[in-house]
Design a protein around this ligand. Structure first.
Ligand code: KIV
Length: 282
């Protein structure tokens, strides 16, 4: 049975005990509810919503208002998983002060719709909300400022979709030893700055193992092999609802094809008069 509330402390214990952490992206109430019920430890309101929900070709146009809108929907559907919200492009890059203001706004708005704890349960039983931001050593002081204000922060290193053009497009990071050393240094800097966990995106499995063994906080891999403390996938990728999946994605369903077929069947039924039948009429 899936029941207990996921907290920063319970995630740390999972790393200590060698229990894997499962994280998924959600952008709306219904999906969040399904994932929460299914037992996801962390639900990420990823800025990948730019592509899979809003139809942009990158995460860059996503705004703070977009993130707040979708986060509120996700929080309404979540009873026990930890909710992590991506800080969108240019909402934290100007400096720690801007970052803290925007992280505060995200968390305040999200918390305003969080389900009240059940009667008789302490307030600490309501869903926990954290933010995630991309970057390594260059964002360490920003992370520190947000964490010091009491907002939990998840890091994100390796491939960083917001900076893909700076690094020559989407590619595996850390194949060369010099780049691997940079990623290890980024991981240590984030740990020292106070992140409670970090995403490792599209790096070699052996490097992900080195990072995982060298930091005390959980690592969550995407395209980073089996040695991370947890895994994350974009839900639209694992359900195959958004184009051809990447190599690192395991397909658990093909909802895109099924949905398109259902729409075709419905349209054909409407046009031929088969729908609605007597059983759907009053
Ligand atoms: O935006 C997102 O979905 C993410 C995942 C790829 C980790 O950051």
């Amino acid at each position: 049975m899936v029941s207990s509330m996921v907290t920063i402390a319970s995630l740390a214990k999972k790393k200590q005990r060698g229990e894997k952490i499962a994280m998924l992206t959600a952008y709306d109430f219904s999906m969040a509810k399904l994932m929460d019920t299914a037992g996801a430890d962390i639900i990420l309101v990823g800025d990948s919503l730019g592509q899979v929900v809003l139809g942009y070709d990158s995460t860059l146009p996503v705004t703070l208002a977009d993130m707040i809108h979708h986060t509120k929907a996700v929080v309404r559907g979540t009873r026990r998983a930890l909710v992590v919200v991506d800080m969108p492009f240019m909402s934290y890059q100007i400096g720690p002060r801007q970052a803290l203001q925007n992280a505060g706004k995200l968390v305040k708005e999200a918390a305003s719709v969080a389900t009240k704890p059940e009667e008789g349960k302490p307030a600490s039983q309501s869903v926990s909300i954290a933010v995630k931001l991309e970057g390594g050593r260059e964002v360490a002081s920003t992370v520190r400022r947000i964490v010091d204000a009491g907002i939990p922060v998840m890091g994100h290193i390796g491939m960083q979709p917001m900076s893909a053009s700076k690094f020559g497009g989407a590619r595996i990071h850390g194949k060369a030893e010099a780049e691997a050393e940079q990623i290890l240094a980024d991981a240590k800097a984030l740990e020292e700055a106070g992140v409670f966990a970090m995403v490792l995106e599209v790096i070699p499995a052996e490097l992900a193992k080195r990072v995982t063994e060298s930091v005390s906080v959980p690592t969550i891999g995407i395209g980073a092999g089996p040695h991370c403390d947890g895994q994350v996938l974009v839900s639209y990728d694992l359900l195959e609802m958004y184009g051809a999946p990447f190599r690192h994605v395991k397909q658990y369903a093909n909802l895109g094809e099924q949905a398109e077929q259902a729409f075709r069947d419905y349209i054909a039924d409407v046009k031929s008069g088969l729908f609605p039948g007597a059983e759907h009429s009053f």
